[in-house]
Ligand binder design. Structure first.
Ligand SMILES: C=CC1=C(C)c2cc3[nH]c(cc4nc(cc5[nH]c(cc1n2)c(C)c5CCC(=O)O)C(CCC(=O)O)=C4C)c(C)c3C=C
Ligand code: FE2
Ligand code: FE2
Length: 346
C-alpha cells in the first residue's frame, strides 16, 4: 500500500451485482435501469417499465448468465478492474482505488476510504473506464461521481479524464493487445461495440442537425462528434485497423446487447452471427473495444452465446480477442492519461 500522498486515482467502471443470486441481480438491474441516462423516459413511465416489466422478466435470465462467468473472486468486471488497479498502483506509486456506477464500491464509499487512508489528499483523478462518450456510460458515471463529490463537500479537487477513443496511446494499447490474434488465418474482423438506442445518438447531437441527418455523418466534421458514440467508435476502429494493416474489406463494426423494442444503432452483432457464415465468412475474429475489462457482455453474450450462434449458422471458427484488461501497454496508457490531469505534472 502507498502510505502518504496528496493525489489519488479513482478508476470508475460500470459495476456488477454483489452475487449471482436473483435478489442481488434484481437490485442491481433496478439501480442500473432506473438511471435516467440509461432509460431516459419520464420517471413514472420508467418506474412502471423497469420495476413492473423489465426487471421481473429479466432478473432470472441475467442471474443465470452471470453464474456462467462468475469467478472464485467474484464478478469478472470487478475482479479485472481490481487487477488494473494493482498494476497501475505498482507503476505509479500513488494510491489507486476503484469505484462503480452501480452497486459496490460506490463513489461515496471510495471517497471515504481515500479520505480515511490519505487525510492530506488534495486531488483525485477520476478515470472513467470508457474510451467513448455515451450518455448511458461515460456521462452517467462522471455526473454521478461529481454529484456525490459536491454533496459531501470533500476538501480535495476532482479532475476527470476525457474520453480517449482517438488518443494514439490508446490506439496503440488496443492494437497491441489484438496483434497476437492476427497471426491466425481469419476471414473477417468484427469490432462489436455495446449498442445504444438510435434516439440517444440524436438526442446527444449538440448541433441538433448532424447525427443521422447529414450523409455519412460520422465522417463529416461537426461539433456533434465530441458526444457522439457512433462517431467515436468509428474512429477507434479505423485507427486500429490502419495501425494493424487490416484491409477495409476485411473488417466491420457492429453493435451488441440490444434491450427493448426501440431501434438501436445498426448493424446488430447478433444478426451478423446468423448472416456472415452464409456470406462466406467462416473464420471470425471479434473484439469488443467499448469494454476495457472483460465482463458479462464479452464473456457470456459474445464468447459463449455468440460463438454458439455463429457456429450453428455455418461458421467454422470463432475467436474472441480479450479486452485489454491488464495488458502492459494499456496500464501505461491509463497512467499517462491520469498523469496529464495531475497538478504535479502540469
Ligand atoms: C460502453 C459501455 C456501455 C454502454 C454504452 C451501455 C449502455 C446500455 N446498457 C444497457 C443495459 C444493460 N447493460 C448491461 C450490462 C453491461 N453494460 C455495460 C456497458 C455499457 N452499457 C457493461 C460493461 C455491462 C456488463 C456488466 C457486468 O457486470 O459484467 C445489463 C446487465 C446485464 C443484462 O441483464 O444483460 C443491462 C440490462 C442499456 C439499456 C444501455 C443503453 C441505453
Ligand atoms: Fe449495458
Ligand atoms: Fe454522430
Amino acid at each position: 500500500m502507498v502510505a502518504k500522498s496528496d493525489t489519488a486515482i479513482m478508476l470508475m467502471n460500470l459495476g456488477s451485482p454483489d452475487s449471482t443470486a436473483v435478489p442481488d441481480v434484481k437490485k442491481y438491474l433496478l439501480e442500473f435501469l432506473m438511471d435516467k441516462r440509461v432509460i431516459d423516459y419520464p420517471w413514472l413511465l420508467r418506474k412502471i417499465l423497469v420495476g413492473g416489466i423489465i426487471v421481473p422478466n429479466r432478473a432470472a435470465n441475467s442471474a443465470e448468465a452471470y453464474s456462467k462467468v462468475w469467478r472464485a473472486d467474484g464478478s469478472p468486471l470487478i475482479a479485472l478492474t481490481k487487477q488494473l488497479q494493482t498494476a497501475l498502483q505498482h507503476d505509479l506509486e500513488i494510491p489507486v482505488e476503484i469505484t462503480m456506477r452501480y452497486g459496490n464500491p460506490s463513489p461515496q464509499a471510495t471517497y471515504e476510504k481515500l479520505m480515511k487512508e490519505h487525510p492530506n489528499l488534495k486531488e483525485v483523478i477520476l478515470m472513467p473506464l470508457y474510451p467513448h462518450y455515451a450518455m448511458s456510460s461515460y456521462e452517467t458515471a462522471v455526473e454521478y461521481a461529481k454529484e456525490v463529490y459536491k454533496k459531501k463537500n470533500y476538501p480535495f479537487t476532482l479532475k476527470v479524464v476525457e474520453p480517449f477513443y482517438d488518443r494514439p496511446e490508446y490506439i496503440e494499447a488496443l492494437s497491441e493487445s489484438m496483434r497476437p490474434y492476427l497471426d491466425q488465418d481469419f476471414d473477417h474482423l468484427l469490432f462489436s461495440y455495446h449498442g445504444l438506442p438510435e434516439r440517444h445518438i440524436r438526442k446527444g447531437d449538440v448541433t441538433g442537425s448532424h447525427c443521422y441527418k447529414v450523409n455519412d455523418c460520422c465522417h463529416v466534421a461537426s461539433a456533434a462528434h465530441k458526444q457522439c458514440y457512433r462517431h467515436q467508435v468509428t474512429i477507434t476502429s479505423e485507427l486500429v485497423a490502419e495501425r494493424l494493416g487490416i484491409p477495409r474489406n476485411k473488417w466491420s463494426i457492429s453493435y451488441q446487447s440490444r434491450l427493448g423494442r426501440e431501434e438501436w444503432v445498426k448493424p446488430y452483432t447478433a444478426g451478423l452471427f446468423e448472416t456472415l457464415p452464409k456470406q462466406g465468412v467462416k473464420k471470425l475474429l471479434i473484439v469488443c473495444p467499448a469494454f476495457v475489462s472483460d465482463c458479462l457482455e464479452t464473456l457470456e453474450e459474445i464468447a459463449m452465446e455468440g460463438k454458439h450462434s455463429f457456429i450453428s449458422n455455418g461458421g467454422d471458427s470463432f475467436t474472441m480477442i480479450p479486452c485489454m484488461n491488464t495488458h502492459p501497454t494499456w496500464v501505461k496508457t491509463v497512467a499517462l492519461l491520469c498523469k496529464e490531469e495531475m497538478a504535479q505534472y502540469a
